[in-house]
Design a protein around this ligand. Structure first.
Ligand SMILES: [Zn+2]
Length: 605
């Protein structure tokens, strides 16, 4: 449409105009619209006066388009003006409009159509905007506007045609206005009665018709002596019928955010259709909610914060913010790059009974897991009286498995699942100390983070689809052949992926009663002492948590057991190799000696 030399579509009259696009809405509102109109009107008047409009009457059809585009909100304001010169005293109607099929015979109509098409062909346009017309009962003749004097020997009564976009049966369209001014200016003194054919050309379902064209007679005022540009009108009324701009809101189809919303909406609809099941509204809301970002540092065990009052206050503030954020949300994703930075959110979320989805990366391995969701605090008292040890896990009732499992880690209900720290027998500490840069940073295969991130979201969605949510029994790799617990399939505890083998396994593990993050004693201390307790953890070495949870004891017991075993073996070897080479026994003795300190510690206990 901006190409001046562009082709005009079939049976359309070209109209050229000027686009004024303002930079601000303010400029759009305050621009002098009367001046714009006056300028266009005087241009039309000058081509009428000069006679240029007779050669090319399409220049009578002008427009102004005033626009402002709010590209942030995708709101577009526009105001059209179709400048039209006015007759001061109006135009007197001599004969009411009638449709062409009432005033012309079928033969005349078809003759008119052929004559008009020939005129278009000879003038090289797809539609001639204005033309002259002569007709008898037998035939219809048309001619270009500039032939007026030769085409009509007698100017008393002439017929003109105007290509009319209007469809009203009693009213001509807007383009007639400037055409009448042209006729009044050029021949107003000679014309007695002017017959006007509003030529309407329509193609409906492949069949073309001009029978709904209208024809009427007017008496034109005489403008031949007038040199001053007549008054003009043309700014379009808006949809409310008031003088004002129109606007379109294209945010629905252009705003990336709205597009994302609608594609998510569509995806959900398709999923709903596909699964023929009810998806929680909450699912929608998670995606559509706007994201908010916070830049904060998470205090970590083994990373002291007690350098100054300022650092302590900052740590306290960070803890409070994290507590607040977790309390305001339903799911927490842990996607940090160190082990110890996951400790504080794990403790807070476990205490607040919020679902955690955790993703951790290695070089070509990852783990995506949901932390066990503890039972609500009120219902815990009866639970604690029947503290279940790992050995009794398979006795736990499960509605989704009708056949019995013999595996220790089958059918673990959500509230007894472990957390990220449950499988560890050392407390989190400063994992970046004494490490080179490449050891501090997790170097991963490029696709790993995306795979793990996507699985983390899908795991959350599957958990939310389960009627019991975070309390859902963990599905394991063994369940892959069974009836899935939700419409979306399995609800595993962990997904451990091995990119080198392009393989995932779904292990499940129990909460560890000496866990440094989710064990009752840690949660108890946190809930009782709050930041006081946390500060102790941050500022102490990892032995603090290990002492608290009894891990230290566990280490000692395990190592004592190991040493006892080694001593037994040594004694056996010593007996057996009584005469063997001393170097062999030396080796065993060295091993035994290195464990002595542990033995001592054991003895003291
Ligand atoms: Zn744990």
């Amino acid at each position: 449409a901006f190409d001046v030399d562009g082709a005009t579509p079939a049976r359309c009259c070209p109209a050229s105009g000027t686009l004024y696009n303002t930079n601000t809405l303010e400029a759009f509102k305050t621009i002098d619209k009367k001046a714009l109109l006056d300028k266009a009107a005087s241009e039309i008047w000058s081509v009428i006066q000069s006679g240029a409009a007779l050669e090319d009457s399409s220049i009578l059809n002008k427009f102004i388009l005033l626009t402002f585009a709010d590209l942030k909100k995708y709101h577009f304001y526009y105001w059209f003006c179709f400048p039209a010169l006015c007759f001061l005293e109006g135009v007197q109607l001599e004969q009411e409009p009638v449709s062409l099929e009432c005033s012309f015979s079928a033969k005349q109509i078809s003759s008119l159509q052929t004559a008009y098409d020939n005129l278009c062909a000879s003038s090289g346009t797809t539609a001639v905007p204005h033309f002259l017309l002569k007709y008898t009962d037998e035939s219809v003749e048309v001619a270009p506007l500039k032939d007026l004097n030769s085409f009509f020997p007698d100017l008393k009564k002439i017929t003109v045609g105007v290509y009319d976009p209007c469809t009203l049966p009693q009213h001509p369209g807007w383009p007639l206005r400037n055409f009448l001014v042209l006729l009044a200016k050029k021949w107003g003194s000679q014309l007695d009665v002017l017959e006007v054919l509003c030529f309407r050309d329509r193609t409906l379902q492949g069949s073309r018709s001009i029978r709904h064209s209208i024809i009427f007679r007017v008496k034109l005022p005489d403008l031949t002596a007038s040199a001053v540009c007549p008054k003009s009108v043309g700014w379009e009324k808006n949809a409310k019928g008031a003088m004002g701009p129109r606007s379109v809101n294209l945010s629905e189809c252009m705003d990336p955010k709205r597009l994302a919303e609608s594609s998510v909406d569509l995806n959900l609809k398709l999923m709903r259709w596909r699964l023929v099941c009810f998806l929680y509204v909450i699912f929608c809301e998670y995606i559509i909610q706007n994201a908010e970002g916070y830049n904060m540092s998470i205090p970590m065990p083994g990373h002291p914060v007690n350098f100054s009052e300022l650092t302590m206050a900052q740590a306290r503030q960070d803890v409070e913010q994290l507590e607040k954020l977790i309390s305001e949300h339903d799911v927490v994703f842990l996607l940090m790059d160190t082990r110890e930075s996951r400790w504080l959110p794990t403790v807070i979320a476990a205490s607040q009974r919020k679902l955690i989805v955790n993703a951790a990366l290695g070089f070509d391995t990852f783990v995506v897991m949901r932390h066990g969701l503890k039972k609500p605090k009120e219902s815990q008292s009866e639970e604690s009286t029947t503290t279940i040890t790992p050995g009794t896990a398979q006795t736990y009732p499960c509605v989704f498995h009708t056949h019995s499992h013999t595996s220790l880690f089958s059918n673990i209900p959500g509230h007894r699942l472990g957390c990220y720290f449950c499988n560890d027998v050392v407390a989190p500490g400063d994992s970046t100390r004494d490490r080179t840069l490449d050891q501090q940073c997790t170097v991963s295969r490029p696709g790993l983070a995306m795979i793990a991130g996507a699985l983390a979201v899908e795991l959350m969605v599957s958990v939310l689809q389960h009627l019991e949510g975070g309390y859902a029994v963990a599905s394991s790799s063994d369940d892959r052949m069974n009836e899935p617990p939700t419409s979306l399939g399995l609800v595993p505890h962990q997904i451990r992926g091995f990119l080198s083998r392009f393989d995932n396994v779904l292990p499940a593990s129990l909460a560890f009663d000496k866990c440094t993050a989710c064990s009752p004693i840690v949660l108890d201390n946190y809930e009782r002492e709050g930041f006081q307790f946390l500060a102790k953890v941050f500022n102490s070495s990892h032995s603090f948590l290990e002492d608290l949870t009894g891990l230290t004891l566990l280490h000692q017991e395990t190592q004592a057991a190991e040493v006892r075993l080694i001593i037994c073996i040594t004694l056996c070897v010593l007996t057996v190799t009584f005469r063997s080479e001393p170097t062999i026994t030396d080796k065993f003795m060295i091993t035994v000696r290195s464990k002595k300190t542990v033995l001592l510690a054991c003895a003291i206990r």
